[in-house]
Design a protein around this ligand. Structure first.
Ligand SMILES: [Zn+2]
Length: 95
């Protein structure tokens, strides 16, 4: 079988816009969606009370996800989390 090198295709308008947004310079620490480049973050809470003009309580349903991706039904976390993996869940690498 002969392998051929396929030249990269020209991205469509939406993909080109996403790539351009992701490549924009940003201040250190500014959160940006790794998927679409959006900078709006969303946290969804259920059961929030308003007492004396202040919000209180509530259960966090979704925290720190991209608002644009969430509207499209995609879960894209904007804050990276590093969680320890328990040794029982580590799958040994096959050699
Ligand atoms: Zn996004």
């Amino acid at each position: 079988m002969l392998l051929k090198l396929v030249p990269p295709t020209v991205p469509d308008r939406l993909t080109a816009m996403k790539n351009r947004l992701k490549a924009l310079p940003r201040p250190d620490g500014l959160c940006q969606c790794p998927r679409c480049g959006n900078r709006s973050m969303l946290t969804e809470k259920s059961g929030v009370f308003i007492k004396a003009g202040r919000k209180s309580g509530g259960t966090v349903i979704v925290k720190d996800v991209c608002a644009a991706c969430y509207r499209a039904g995609i879960y894209s976390p904007m804050v990276p989390t590093l969680e320890p993996v328990s040794p029982s869940k580590v799958v040994p690498r096959k050699r």
